[in-house]
Design a protein around this ligand. Structure first.
Ligand code: T5A
Length: 207
């Protein structure tokens, strides 16, 4: 099964992807964690460009194509082989981030995004998607706390204004309403353990 975890900045995706993979392994499943953009040498190089290129920042169309190039490489070289080998793959972001950020956020046409994404993924779609939803103020506080701890500064996309981030949330929630069989909305407020439990319940797995 291919599971993706989605949501806005700082909602706790990375933390929960790690916990979900550990839990799948404890239940006897072979599981692999990947992140987007990233997960192959080429895709990690593209990730650096997307997050940190300030001198010649990608325009909206170039940004879209870079995310899709990274995804094509990850799908072909990592995700599809792992699924064929019987593993459960859990991805920290995937195609819904493209629709939310480049579609609802940047305003690129959704119909073109669907065709381009389908081409990049060679038709692969997640079986299940967990959308972690949290009030922007809670996410911001988590990111501030992490920045103070790690001394890391915000990346290019995190710096896009509050309006952009509000459109993302709206876009994610709209996609969840349109795809109720695949996307479950999980409340990401509360402790890490509480959110982990909600995610596990939302997946309704047999063990
Ligand atoms: N993007 C990505 C696109 O525009 N289009 C696309 O197609 C794709 C795939 C990726 C960027 O690229 C964009 C989206 C992003 O801007 P990234 O660094 O991977 O960049 O950014 P994020 O995915 O947003 O990752 P973050 O690390 O910023 O946020 P997470 O993963 O949601 O949050 P996490 O788990 O790192 O937690 C943040 C902090 O909160 C704490 C954690 O310890 C951490 O310090 N935390 C909690 N604190 C209290 N209670 C909880 N329940 C907590 N859960 C976590």
């Amino acid at each position: 099964m291919f599971i993706t975890i989605e949501g806005g900045e700082g909602c706790g995706k990375t933390t929960q992807v790690g916990r979900l993979v550990s839990r799948l392994e404890r239940s006897g499943r072979k599981a692999l964690m990947v992140r987007e953009p990233g997960g192959t040498r080429l895709a990690e190089l593209v990730r650096g460009l997307l997050k940190d290129e300030r001198e010649d920042p990608p325009c909206d169309r170039a940004e879209l194509l870079l995310f899709l190039a990274a995804r094509a490489q990850l799908v072909r070289n990592v995700i599809k082989p792992a699924l064929a080998d019987g593993a459960w793959v859990v991805s920290d972001r995937f195609c819904d981030s493209t629709f939310a950020y480049q579609g609802y956020g940047r305003g690129l046409p959704l119909d073109i995004l669907r065709i381009a994404n389908d081409f990049a993924c060679d038709g692969l779609l997640p079986d299940r998607t967990v959308l972690l939803d949290v009030e922007p103020a809670v996410a911001l506080e988590r990111m501030r706390e992490r920045a103070a701890r790690t001394k890391e500064s915000a990346d290019r996309i995190e710096l896009a204004g509050a309006d952009f981030h509000a459109r993302l949330r709206e876009g994610f929630l709209r996609m969840a309403a349109e795809n109720p069989g695949r996307i479950s909305v999980v409340d990401a407020a509360g402790t890490v353990e509480e959110v982990e439990e909600r995610i596990w319940k939302s997946l309704k797995l047999s063990v």
